[in-house]
Write a protein that binds this ligand. Structure first.
Ligand SMILES: Nc1ncnc2c1ncn2[C@@H]1O[C@H](COP(=O)(O)OP(=O)(O)O)[C@@H](O)[C@H]1O
Ligand SMILES: [Mg+2]
Length: 322
């Protein structure tokens, strides 16, 4: 088997706060293969964005990566000098995020931002034609004419798509999609997700899809990573994880989110709150919200195999009923 495109081991990213240091990512392990789509789910504040900002080298001081390995194509990105990491970001790895306004430069036309990205990464061919092709591929009608528009002349959904086009312009091998389709209407969202599926098949693009939308994960991501309070609590093939979760948090998350096949199903929010990361102990971070918790859950619990390709950070993994 070829090595994964991205392998993260023991990642720990910390931030100083007024209440003390907190580890927003704490012992994160996962891999993504070329051409794979990995869904990343978890309530707000579970460390999804921090984990992938760490991978991209975008954690801002005083936040810092304190421990772990981030291997991309076999090289540990933590060994790279800042300039080398910057070159790699954008060329090999790109980020598309929820907030397109802050990702785009308000002073430059969409066309200029696309052609500058193409030039910066030495993409061969006619830059204007390629820019039109990219905009058209993310579903922007009349793409040739829209190249001359500034971001404020685009609707919110079009800005979102333009940002995705810019992220894809350098032909990255890994795209981190941090809820970039949340603001799009259903049809356009499907179109953007179809494009990512095509690029996975054609160009072996790997996609980390951070989303609140379980339907997107179920339909588009063969494998899923479930995060809670800065840790991975469960991972495995998406269909299996949904059909038979092996962590009480995953089960709660499934019941708390709307599902496409059954939008009228009642929703059961998980009672309680994500713990204060500045005050967590070594035990299971979900135990105060968990119906299955035992005294032993106060001990450190590792992410452990629970079947082929599956792992759970729960001593009662076998007792979780779907
Ligand atoms: N710049 C920061 N300074 C201090 N704490 C931060 C910072 N960024 C993130 N955090 C902490 O990390 C937690 C996880 O954040 P994040 O990765 O953005 O969550 P998610 O993307 O899963 O919603 C937040 O709840 C917050 O406590
Ligand atoms: Mg986030």
């Amino acid at each position: 088997m070829s090595p994964p495109l991205l392998a993260v081991r023991g990642l720990r990213t910390v931030f100083p706060t007024s209440r003390g240091r907190l580890a927003a990512a704490d012992g994160i392990d996962f891999e993504i293969a070329s051409g794979e789509a990995l869904g990343v789910v978890g309530e707000s504040g579970s460390g999804k964005s921090v984990t992938f900002l760490s991978v991209l080298g975008l954690v801002r001081p005083p936040g810092r990566i304190e421990a772990g390995e981030i291997r991309f194509d076999g090289r540990d990105l933590r060994d790279l000098a800042p300039a080398a990491l910057r070159r790699m970001r954008g060329a090999a790895m790109a980020l598309a995020m929820q907030d397109a306004l802050s990702a785009l430069n308000p002073a430059l036309t969409i066309g200029t931002q696309l052609t500058e990205t193409l030039a910066a990464h030495a993409i061969p061919g006619d830059a204007r034609a390629e820019a039109v092709r990219l905009l058209a591929r993310v579903g922007i009608p009349d793409a040739g004419r829209r190249l001359g528009d500034y971001p404020h002349q685009f609707s919110g959904g079009m800005r979102q798509r333009a940002m995705i086009a810019i992220a894809l312009a350098a032909r990255p091998r890994l795209l981190v999609a941090d809820e970039p389709t949340t603001a799009l209407d259903v049809t356009i969202r499907a179109q953007v997700l179809d494009l990512l599926d095509e690029l996975r098949a054609e160009a072996q693009l790997a996609v980390a899809m951070i989303t609140h939308d379980l339907a997107v994960v179920a339909e588009r991501c063969p494998r899923v990573l479930v995060m809670y309070a800065g840790q991975v609590v469960e991972t495995g093939p998406t269909a299996e994880v949904i059909a038979a979760p092996r962590h009480p948090y995953t089960r709660g998350l499934m019941q708390s989110l709307p599902q496409l096949e059954d939008p009228d199903r009642p929703l059961y929010p998980i009672p309680g709150q994500v713990p204060d990361l500045a005050a967590v102990d070594a035990g299971c971070r979900f135990r105060n919200r968990c119906a299955l918790a035992l005294p032993a859950c106060a001990n450190p619990i590792a992410l452990a195999p629970v079947g082929p390709g599956r792992a759970s950070r729960c001593i009662r993994a076998a007792d979780v009923v779907p």
